[in-house]
Design a protein around this ligand. Structure first.
Ligand code: CO
Length: 420
């Protein structure tokens, strides 16, 4: 037994005690006797396998074919212009594969020919400019891993527990590595006039998505990205170039970016007045709620990922993120919030990026109420849904970062519930 095993063994026992579980645990694998899967020669060991990928662009194993973006039929009338969700229950680590990043479109997927792609920069600038894609790629490049969360992620869960799967309750988030150039470098080329304080970003899709962004944020860390996870942006993610607004709501990350206008005040476009403002109980609305509040969720076990192995050593896996920095700590409870245990964060801890956490415990087979609670680098702690509702009411589906509860029954099946 090396040090790391000894460490994990101690953690495991401590967690089992804390959860009220058995002291001695069953081994993690069964004894090696009589198993035909190891005693008999399997078909794949008896014949020549497939040749190299004939399609030229590989797909996951056929055994993983169920891992797909999915929509909720009753939520969206059609799939042409609306929403699908990332299969968070089937993923691990922090990087979202490009083919399963959730989609949200306001006028469908624009098919922009990169040869005809142009980015116009105008308004309060010394030199109005038009960039081709090749022009943009001549600025210094940067690689950054960021989450992108739709403001309406978990919006259906504001009033009560609704959707039976983490894919649907939390799947409007993804996390990829962007390659792109800094907006401050592009704007320096155009020369922002001293009265310039805001930037309007507009998309080339038929919705002409437009959002106002304060220049302070633009010049801090906003990017124009043309690659995600090393390859060209997918069409549904804004090919050939999109805006990246780290930590801020996804609606501002304009896809198929075609126009940047510098101004001295916000424009108050549709997407920042009638939409993407948060209605409060007194009838007023919060505007410019840009930063995504710290949030976490257990991705497995969850309704689409039940416990299949029975009682004994069990691994909880989940995600946490904050639009204000990193996640130094995540707590997990097995009993609906009576006792909290510190989870283990594994993998990179980066500003405005998904963090992966784990909690290992010895399950005694009794029902569980699983929750996770994120702490971000500003000291903010993820609230309960009741605490959010006490302040905001239930009139807005935006910015629900409340604690999610999964109920596990004795058979390992998982349901979306609430505890209060
Ligand atoms: Co907002």
């Amino acid at each position: 037994m090396d040090d790391s095993e000894g460490h994990s063994r101690r953690r495991f026992l401590a967690a089992g005690l804390a959860a009220g579980g058995a002291l001695a645990s069953a081994p993690l694998a069964k004894a090696a006797s009589g198993d035909p899967a190891i005693l008999e020669v399997q078909p794949w060991a008896n014949e020549l396998g497939d040749g190299v990928d004939a399609s030229g662009y590989g797909l996951p194993s056929p055994f993983e074919a169920k891992v797909q973006r999915r929509n909720v039929p009753w939520l969206t009338a059609d799939t042409t212009t609306s929403i699908n969700f990332t299969p968070l229950h089937a993923l691990d680590g922090i990087i979202t594969p490009n083919g399963v990043c959730f989609e949200r479109h306001h006028s469908g997927v624009a098919r922009v020919d990169p040869a005809d792609y142009r980015l116009m920069v105008h308004g309060l600038v010394e030199r109005p400019l038009v960039f081709t894609l090749q022009d943009l790629m001549r600025f210094p490049r940067h690689n950054k891993i960021y989450f992108l969360e739709c403001t309406a992620n978990s919006g259906m869960e504001v009033r009560s527990a609704q959707l039976n799967g983490v894919q649907y309750t939390h799947g409007m988030v993804h996390n990829v590595m962007y390659t792109g150039v800094l907006l401050k470098d592009i704007l320096a080329e155009a020369g922002v006039k001293t009265e310039g304080k805001w930037l309007l970003a507009e998309g080339a899709d038929a919705a002409a998505m437009t959002r106002s962004i304060p220049l302070e944020k633009v010049l801090d860390d906003c990017m124009v990205a043309f690659k995600m996870n090393g390859e060209a942006l997918r069409a549904e993610n804004g090919y050939p170039a999109r805006l990246v607004v780290p930590g801020w709501e996804g609606n501002m990350w304009i896809k198929w970016l075609r126009r940047l206008e510098v101004g001295d005040k916000p424009w108050h476009q549709r997407e920042e007045t009638s939409k993407y403002t948060d209605l409060m109980p007194d009838g007023s609305a919060r505007r410019f709620t840009w930063e995504m509040d710290a949030k976490s969720v257990i991705t497995s076990p969850s309704p689409q990922a039940p416990i299949l192995h029975g009682k004994g050593h069990t691994v909880i896996s989940g995600l946490a993120w904050s639009g204000r920095g990193t996640i130094p700590r995540v707590d997990v409870t097995l009993d609906g919030g009576i006792n909290w245990h510190k989870a283990r964060i594994d993998g990179p801890s980066l500003d405005y990026a998904l963090h992966r956490f784990y909690f290992e415990f010895d399950w005694d087979g009794s029902p569980l109420l699983l929750q996770s609670r994120a702490h971000d680098s500003t000291g903010y702690v993820q609230p309960t849904k009741d605490a959010l509702r006490a302040i905001r009411g239930t009139g807005s589906t935006y910015h629900n970062n409340g604690i999610q509860t999964w109920a596990v029954n004795g058979d390992g099946e998982v349901l979306n519930v609430e505890v209060s």
